[in-house]
Design a protein around this ligand. Structure first.
Ligand code: AMP
Length: 542
């Protein structure tokens, strides 16, 4: 081989913010803050404070490789932490505050966090954590000193603003190997203990670039993007990296993610694109329906994290002219694996053909290879018909779990591809359709029923706001589907009419035997319906 004669510069996260501060210096980060204010500044201002924080972290004794944890919402301060921590070669470890306390305790101990920065409204949670002992992280509250007493915090916690004060607003960002760890995020741990995905500078920068490539409208110039998806869950789908890289302003919602709060913020700030899970977007949609309009300027939503329903897609598009893009990914993939950008060729499609395309999880991103395998690990054809377990490989896919050899050994197939645990179909032009989580499939009389298909059909019934299909053990068939439904308040469910509607798209044997109404459905810490809890509740076992 003849070696190329080009310079080798590491792909580093600090280069994203120094680039954005120079080239897109006047683009904004606007935050609806935890204390109810609207904070705004530019990428240039952000870099000055990130520099101060980098100095402050070093003064606190944070060294390269140390884990620095956050329990925080989407705010400008969380953004600053992302860049300062990774920029000095330490690891930004985001923790989901909605996880059960025992899991947070486990994660902090497993990661051996040196420092924990948290939003002031989470002070109560901090009080319940097991932070005793010599190895407990030092605490920083993301507020000014004057707010510490309000948050009920004593002298143990340092105020973030006091930490920054007095430090220079310029910093010489060190150059180091691009494979250095930059971020850490534990999976929500629906089974067993949470497992850590340890990202590198290279994987994060590469991933941010590939989410931008080929998705022109999501990153259109002068775009204003609101990540509903939290920065504590897989880097808010990379938006804190990709938005500055593409010159987008970021509108940060803080802790309030109800439909009314999101609507008001989007409306006042002219948000063009917003990204989130279906449950939260459904709340926004409900507010839009009540207001009889969309937030000023909103052109598109990117939905992922769990399957978007046809009902959600069609209401956004047909009632409000807001284009929907369906994306798929995993914590282990940084996270975006596929994205449902529809080209011009989709413009002429009729509604149902367009919805069908949008219900698929889109096409794979550059740098993410996908295969489907059968139970014996043999590759299945990518013909859009065969379904098998989806395995992936790529530069932004984990090569193992952080300090967890057992989980790492179980996560890969014989060829070294990562096993996603999702069952999927792939077409010969790279379009992915997730059939179900492998463990959520229902096996009735030897035939598979997709819980996702049942849910997609049921969500079209007027008044159904959320639903989940689960397997219930059955003496004759092995398993039979049960459907748990949450209705709009005050709306009664006509069970037979729902069954009749579902029968239009499903075979009779696929229809749920039981339809159960619940006023609330159990949710996971990442905003998905917890089928594990539902199964325990309804069947009595996990
Ligand atoms: P997490 O690591 O918590 O982000 O969860 C990843 C899992 O969420 C995937 O393996 C899928 O089962 C599910 N998921 C993510 N996006 C989608 C989507 N668009 N449609 C269906 N399932 C999804």
């Amino acid at each position: 081989m003849l070696r190329g004669q080009m310079m080798q510069r590491p792909l580093l996260i600090s280069d994203i913010i120094t680039y954005a501060a120079e080239v897109y210096g006047t683009k904004e980060i606007v935050t609806s803050t935890v204390d109810g204010q609207r904070h705004r500044y530019t990428y240039r201002d952000a870099l000055a404070r990130i520099s101060k924080l980098a100095h402050a972290l070093i003064a606190l004794g944070i060294k390269p490789g140390d884990r620095v944890a956050t329990l925080a919402w989407n705010t400008y301060r969380h953004f600053e932490i992302y860049y300062a921590v990774s920029g000095i070669g330490a690891v930004c470890h985001t923790i989901n505050p909605r996880l059960p306390v025992q899991q947070i305790d486990f994660i902090i101990k497993h990661a051996e966090d040196a420092l924990l920065l948290f939003d002031e409204d989470l002070a109560g949670l901090i009080g319940t954590l097991d932070l005793a002992g010599p190895h407990a992280p030092r605490l920083v509250c993301l507020a000014g000193e004057e707010r510490l007493p309000q948050a009920g915090l004593g002298p143990r916690a340092i105020a973030y603003e006091a930490l920054l004060a007095g430090h220079p607003d310029g910093f010489a960002w060190p150059q180091f190997d691009e494979n250095t760890a930059s971020g850490l995020c534990y999976t929500s741990g629906t089974t067993g203990a949470p497992k850590g995905a340890l990202y590198s500078h290279r994987s994060s920068v590469f991933h941010a670039m590939t989410t931008i490539v080929g998705r022109p409208s999501e990153f259109a110039s002068d775009g204003r993007i609101l990540p509903i998806v939290p920065m504590f869950h897989v880097n808010a789908w990379s938006l804190p990296y990709s938005a500055p890289l593409a010159g987008q302003s970021l509108i940060m919602p803080g802790p309030k993610l109800d439909g009314d709060s999101l609507f008001r913020l989007m409306d006042e700030e002219g948000v063009v694109s917003t990204w989130g899970v279906p449950t939260v977007l459904q709340g926004l949609l409900n507010t839009m329906a009540r207001m009889k309009r969309k937030p000023n300027g909103l052109a598109e939503v990117v939905v992922g994290g769990s399957a978007a329903s046809g009902q959600l897609i069609e209401r956004f598009e047909d009632d409000f002219g807001v284009v929907v893009r369906h994306a798929w990914g995993m914590t282990e993939m940084s996270p975006v694996g596929s994205s449902g950008f529809l080209g011009r060729e989709a413009d002429h499609l009729d509604r149902s053909s367009r919805t069908k395309l949008q219900l698929s999880q889109g096409k794979r991103l550059f740098g993410v290879e996908m295969n489907i395998i059968d139970d014996d690990g043999a590759a299945l054809p990518k013909d859009g018909a065969h379904a098998g377990e989806l395995v992936v490989r790529g530069n932004s896919v984990i090569a193992g779990y952080f300090r967890n050899a057992d989980a790492s050994a179980a996560a890969f197939d014989a060829a070294g591809w990562f096993r996603t645990g999702d069952r999927a179909r792939i077409t010969d032009d790279g379009r992915l359709t997730i059939v179900d989580r492998v463990k959520d499939l229902i096996k009735s009389g030897g035939e598979w029923i997709s819980s996702a298909d049942l849910e997609e059909a049921a969500m079209r019934f007027p008044g159904v706001v959320a639903c989940a299909a689960i397997a219930v053990p059955d003496d004759k068939w092995g398993e039979r589907p049960a459907l748990v439904v949450r209705m709009e308040p005050g709306v009664a469910l006509d069970v037979e009419a729902l069954r009749a509607l579902m029968a239009r798209t499903l075979a009779k044997w696929q229809l749920p035997d039981r339809i159960i109404i619940r006023e609330a459905l159990p949710m996971t810490a990442t905003g998905k319906i917890s089928k594990k809890d539902l199964r325990t509740e309804i069947v009595g076992g996990a």
